[in-house]
Ligand binder design. Structure first.
Ligand SMILES: Cc1cc2nc3c(=O)[nH]c(=O)nc-3n(C[C@H](O)[C@H](O)[C@H](O)COP(=O)(O)OP(=O)(O)OC[C@H]3O[C@@H](n4cnc5c(N)ncnc54)[C@H](O)[C@@H]3O)c2cc1C
Length: 196
């Protein structure tokens, strides 16, 4: 992106971090924001950094509606949400930072997920419509609807989406897994029957 004019769609921290990183190399970086402020979705330290970067600008109330190019992207079409006016601008690249989704579709149906695919854990398992919980105890923290299977980090429903919290949950799961092994031992398959 060195010396190029690049665009980023999004108004969250990911978009802000990408803008500041790209600004070190690109000629200009333009953040395309559907709303009319960054403050609601981006941390204030990032908003300040974005606003004070000489080659970063923000276009509010703007949507990308089209893109063209021969082999690679060369132009994008932007629509002004306020008046519907469209404008075509040169663009060497478009980075789409509008959120993520969990790759949990490979998990079995017995492991409850919300409509977005985030894994339900802890007491929420009991409250989640349609979820089966077959133990005679409550789900442990971070335990999924499949007893003995735990989830930590971003993949969990309502997780904090921060490195520190993901790492903390990972560490917590070790303790909780031990708790599961200790308390559920009598309920597991009879060892004698398995010859163990
Ligand atoms: C652009 C961006 C900027 C961010 N900035 C910050 C920040 O400044 N500070 C902060 O605290 N947080 C930040 N975050 C959030 C932070 O990165 C996450 O909260 C954190 O990484 C979550 O850790 P995790 O282990 O739950 O998930 P991830 O880090 O996503 O790790 C999950 C891992 O599982 C792997 N995986 C997925 N499916 C499978 C499978 N089927 N089999 C095997 N492996 C699989 C993935 O490849 C990945 O390596 C940022 C996120 C983004 C996207």
């Amino acid at each position: 992106m060195k010396g190029q004019d690049v665009f980023i769609v999004g108004a969250g921290n990911s978009a802000g971090q990408a803008a500041l990183h790209l600004a070190k190399h690109a000629r200009t970086v333009t953040l395309l924001v559907r709303g009319d402020s960054l403050g609601r979705s981006m941390s204030s330290y990032l908003v300040r950094a974005v606003e004070s970067a000489a080659n970063v600008r923000v276009r509010y109330r703007t949507e990308v509606v089209d893109g063209h190019g021969d082999r690679s992207l060369q132009r994008i079409k932007l629509a002004d949400r306020a008046n519907g006016n469209e404008e075509e601008v040169s663009a060497a690249a478009l980075f789409v930072m509008i959120g993520g989704h969990p790759h949990t579709q490979w998990l079995p149906d017995d492991l409850a997920r919300d409509p977005q695919g985030y894994v339900i854990t802890g007491p929420d398992v009991l409250e989640y419509a349609g979820t089966r919980w077959e133990r005679n105890r409550e789900p442990l923290p971070l335990e999924t609807s499949m007893s003995g299977v735990f989830a930590a980090g971003d993949v969990r429903q309502d997780s904090i989406k921060r490195v520190a919290s993901a790492v903390g949950e990972g560490a917590t799961v070790v303790r909780v897994a031990h708790e599961h092994l200790r308390t559920d031992e009598p309920e597991r398959a009879p060892r004698s029957a398995m010859g163990v």
